[in-house]
Ligand binder design. Structure first.
Ligand SMILES: C[S@@+](CC[C@H](N)C(=O)[O-])C[C@H]1O[C@@H](n2cnc3c(N)ncnc32)[C@H](O)[C@@H]1O
Length: 267
């Protein structure tokens, strides 16, 4: 019988995400900029002594963006097809400092505290236990290093959860039918490119997704000696009440995803 992890792997073998069409270094740079800004850097600003891990790198666009710097970059993913595409992206831009490996976060073979930066965007919520997966990643961060996680938000993703339920009722789990119906019901049946179909599959057809609140991420940080550094969207205060109101307001802005950066405290 397939485990949930096998199902996720198979899903991303068929729909390698994000499969963005990036044909210039400028686009690679722009694509990664919002993410590196969270740790106060531009994509080309990391230095040759720094090591960056992207855990769940998909088709490698962010990792290749970090590779515009002199840092050593490693991207890992459970999907072979995604890794294959990621490798060909790095080759296209001749990024010799970027390496891609097929590897599961939960069974990774890296030494503890060996990375200056660990990025994991849109991944932990597809793991059986997002908090355990987070712990696995924090172990890899050097003291004073950074961890950045992007996750579906418990409050603001509510409209997508309802849409997924509607699709469950009308077409069940069939992925092609879900993509077509989602497009018809929620996006005025617009023409779908291959990249857009992959986006629809990821958003509406994924076999496993959790959603997590900002407060939960701060709890994970607290338990693992990580202090809050920045977030996107930004928040005014880390007070629980204020965080909840912010997250509800994101729902009205159509923001179902949030990213939080933390710095590992040197003990
Ligand atoms: C939504 S995609 C995000 C890709 C990339 N981070 C981005 O945002 O462009 C999620 C990726 O996580 C990978 N993934 C899921 N569980 C994983 C695990 N346990 N270990 C490594 N990769 C995993 C999937 O194969 C998929 O490529």
């Amino acid at each position: 019988m397939l485990t949930m992890n096998d199902e996720i792997k198979n899903f991303y073998e068929n729909f390698p995400y994000p499969s963005k069409i990036i044909n210039s270094k400028v686009k690679l740079y722009r694509n990664a900029l919002w993410l590196t800004k969270l740790v106060g850097k531009r994509p080309d600003e990391f230095n040759e002594n720094e090591k960056i891990l992207e855990a769940g790198c998909g088709t490698g666009e962010f990792s290749c963006g970090f590779g515009l710097s002199k840092a050593k970059v490693i991207g890992i993913d459970i999907s072979e097809n995604s890794i294959k595409r990621a490798k060909s992206l790095a080759k296209r831009f001749n990024l010799r400092n970027v390496e891609f490996l097929k590897m599961d976060i939960m069974n990774n073979s890296f030494e503890k505290e060996s990375f200056d930066y660990v990025f994991s965007v849109g991944v932990l919520h597809h793991c059986n236990n997002p908090e355990k997966a987070f712990e696995k990643l924090v172990e890899l961060v050097k003291p004073n290093g950074f961890i950045v996680v992007g996750l579906y938000n418990k409050y603001s993703r509510f409209p997508v959860v309802i849409r997924r339920m509607i699709l469950d009722i009308f077409v069940g789990k069939d992925i092609e039918r879900r993509i077509n119906l989602a497009n018809k019901l929620f996006y005025k049946n617009r023409p779908l490119t291959k990249e857009k179909r992959i986006w629809f599959a990821d958003k509406y057809c994924n076999p496993l997704e959790h959603s997590v609140s900002f407060e939960e991420v701060l709890d994970w940080f607290g338990k693992n000696n990580v202090k809050f550094y920045s977030s996107k969207p930004e928040v005014k205060s880390l007070d629980r009440f204020s965080l909840i109101t912010s997250q509800i307001s994101w729902m009205f802005d159509g923001l179902s995803f949030f990213t939080v950066a933390g710095q590992k405290i040197k003990l």
